[in-house]
Design a protein around this ligand. Structure first.
Ligand code: SAH
Length: 413
């Protein structure tokens, strides 16, 4: 691991911070972020990854976290309430606690899942996904760089693995480049020369862990995919924003008559076809007619409608539409449009599955918006059923609750 030798070491001296009363209250309640705007006093300027200690108005310890001068989230809290040495043993404790939560998954024919979900597992800005024997570590803040050596040592203790791939968010990639770290670098073992194969609920998938979205696969939808499998028998299924065909494969395995996967990305749909093929030993997958359609979803849905096509199960799982508060209204308008298009393509008594992963859009906003859109289209949703997060994506704070999904039957007025 010679590349790690070049990394900066954590500073010996911690930064002392005082914050506004509202931020103090939030920290006491367990919120993991301190915004730049909440800082009232700071002992010195800090480098990415310096440990910052936040004190209350009476100079009592409140929390310790990772300082990030490049982000409006200036400190990401590691521990609150009680001081601690942040070292290899501390990281190992957090990794072990996160692993314990996920234990049930292995018994469900699942070797691909999220081992660490950032803030929600007490390791803010750090994601760890498992793809069978391959681990993928994704960093969303350069504040982790000085601690990477300790994190990797802890990982080797808790999750020894023959391969570990590093993924970096765009901003972090620039800051990590001078140390010889790059997005997709193999930190343990060799970079895979083909997509990595893993299992989810007994089905096989391949993921490009080096270049794929996030770390290569959207594990957060596992439970929703399993529900779709239960609902798919004999149905004509439309999977919109299909990516590598997660929902499509489950629908086929559930006995769908046909599956049409729509995505704007041709490579994503090639992966979807490959994932179908990986499960061809399953007679239901073999029997389902699978088609792919590379097209903008909004355009494709309008066109399918104009052609008079109908589906018994329409799944719509778009990317995040609102990354900032300013984008919420536009995101809601897009969800409404997609819901209107989806119900328009549903057969009588057909079903829709509508998902949102925009953390800025609350579950109520999303469910109300799509329900109203369906009403306005004259195809109201009945027997609605809502779902949230899977167990490997725990919700540790309000902003951590991003995934919501609505299942409903479409009624003719
Ligand atoms: N349902 C998938 C995850 C979807 S991720 C799963 O279960 O794995 C979002 C997908 O939307 C990406 O594959 C991206 O290529 C696609 N996408 C983004 N904008 C799009 C658009 N305007 N039309 C169609 N697909 C789009």
């Amino acid at each position: 691991m010679t590349v790690l030798d070049a990394l900066p070491r954590p500073a010996q001296k911690r930064i002392a911070l005082h914050v506004a009363p509202a931020a103090e209250r939030a920290l006491r309640a367990g919120h993991p972020w301190v915004f730049e705007s909440a800082i009232r006093k700071q002992s010195r300027e800090g480098a990415p990854g310096d440990l910052a200690v936040i004190f209350d108005a009476k100079d009592r310890f409140l929390a310790v976290g990772l300082y990030d001068p490049a982000s409006p989230i200036r400190v990401r809290v590691l521990q609150q309430g009680q001081s601690a040495a942040i070292d290899r043993a501390w990281f190992a404790d957090r990794l072990s606690a996160a692993a314990a939560i996920r234990e049930p998954l292995a018994a469900q024919g699942t070797t691909g899942y999220r081992l660490v979900h950032g803030e929600n597992d007490g390791l803010p800005g750090l994601i760890l996904d498992r793809y069978a024997d391959t681990l993928v570590l994704k960093l969303y803040t350069a504040a982790w760089l000085p601690h990477l050596r300790d994190v990797l040592a802890a990982l080797d203790e808790v999750h020894p693995s023959p391969r570990l791939i590093l993924r970096l968010s765009r901003g972090v990639a620039d800051l990590a480049a001078p140390y010889g770290l790059s997005d997709g670098l193999a930190l343990v073992g060799d970079a895979p020369d083909a997509p990595v194969i893993f299992e989810e609920n007994g089905l096989r998938f391949a993921a490009d862990v080096v270049h794929g979205h996030k770390t290569g696969f959207f594990f957060d939808q596992r439970d929703n995919r399993a529900r779709v499998r239960d609902l798919a028998a004999g149905r004509r299924v439309l999977d919109v924003f299909a990516y590598s065909g997660g929902f499509s494969v489950y629908a086929a395995a559930g006995g769908a008559e046909s599956v049409l996967s729509v995505d704007v990305s041709a490579p994503a749909l090639e992966a979807a076809a490959a994932n179908m093929a990986l499960n061809a030993d399953n007679p239901r997958v073999q029997d389902a007619k699978h088609d792919i359609l590379v097209e903008d979803a909004f355009v494709a849905l309008e066109r399918l409608r104009a052609e008079g096509q109908v589906f018994d199960l329409v799944i719509v799982d778009p990317p995040s539409f609102a990354k900032s508060a300013a984008e919420v209204d536009r995101a809601l308008a897009s969800y409404a449009r997609l819901a209107r298009l989806a119900v328009g393509l549903a057969a009588e008594d057909g079903m829709v599955v509508l998902a949102s992963c925009s953390s800025r859009v609350t579950p109520d906003q999303f469910f109300e918006t799509v329900t109203r859109a369906a009403d306005d289209a004259g195809r109201p949703l009945v027997w609605p059923y809502r779902t949230g997060h899977a167990l490997d994506h725990p919700v540790g704070f309000p902003e951590g609750e991003y995934l919501k999904c609505l299942y409903a039957t479409v009624m003719d007025e």
